[in-house]
Write a protein of this length. Structure first.
Lengths: 115, 112
């Protein structure tokens, strides 16, 4: 079975440009988590969805960040406009949505560099 | 708010030496999970502990969940270069969601 798929794997863009990161969940999973990882701040949860509904977006840094889940298997994280401080590795992770015993399956990540 | 702390942040060992990382939660946890992230990779689930005092082993790795379900440890016996990476512990934010609170991780370097 395919794991969580993320694209692109690497993105280099200039400040002010729009960036869209994509994530495909594991088939049968219905919870989706977006994380950001940097050396300074570690692994931060940005937002998570359950059954396509955003449950907790308290980690979204500011209005420049938005996330959608247009269907049960796909999600996007958009940054508009991007800034150099957004440079990080962005991971999505999916789970079966069973609750507190869920284990998270991470995608390979998107390494974003904003110049 | 709920916090999960790990120590040490970094550990350098000689190949063959043992290694231990400790995880402490500010609240009682229903379970604790451990993940490993290789350099340049993504976190990968290792194990989940649910019962108070539970001990589980995976080859050279021993995982322990404290009696009060607020702390946990990961011990690696006779480290190998393949053990290099960052080890994260994580506990659920609440009992009815899949949201996890991750520790900041312990990065292990192994000198051959």
């Amino acid at each position: 079975d395919a794991g969580v798929i993320q694209s692109p794997r690497h993105e280099v863009t200039e400040m002010g440009q729009e960036v869209t990161l994509r994530c495909k969940l594991i088939s049968g999973h219905n919870s989706l988590f977006w994380y950001r990882q940097t050396m300074m701040r570690g692994l931060e949860l940005l937002i998570y969805f359950n059954n396509n509904v955003p449950i907790d977006d308290s980690g979204m840094p500011e209005d420049r960040f938005s996330a959608k889940m247009p269907n049960a298997s796909f999600s996007t994280l958009k940054i508009q406009p991007s800034e150099p401080r957004d440079s990080a590795v962005y991971f999505c992770a999916s789970t079966t949505g069973q609750g507190y015993t869920d284990t998270q399956y991470f995608g390979p990540g998107t390494r974003l560099t904003v110049l | 708010g709920q916090q999960v702390m790990q120590i040490p942040q970094y550990q350098h060992v000689q190949e063959g030496e043992d290694f231990t990382t400790y995880c402490n939660s500010s609240t009682t946890l229903s379970n604790i999970q451990w993940y490993k992230q290789r350099p340049g990779g993504h976190p990968v689930f290792l194990i989940q502990l649910v019962k108070s005092g539970e001990v589980k082993k995976q080859k050279r790795l021993t995982f322990q969940f404290g009696e009060a379900k607020k702390n946990s440890s990961l011990h690696i016996t006779a480290t190998q270069t393949t053990d290099v990476g960052t080890y994260f512990c994580a506990g659920p934010k609440s009992s009815n969601t899949g949201k996890l609170i991750f520790g900041q991780g312990t990065t292990l370097q192994v000198k051959p």
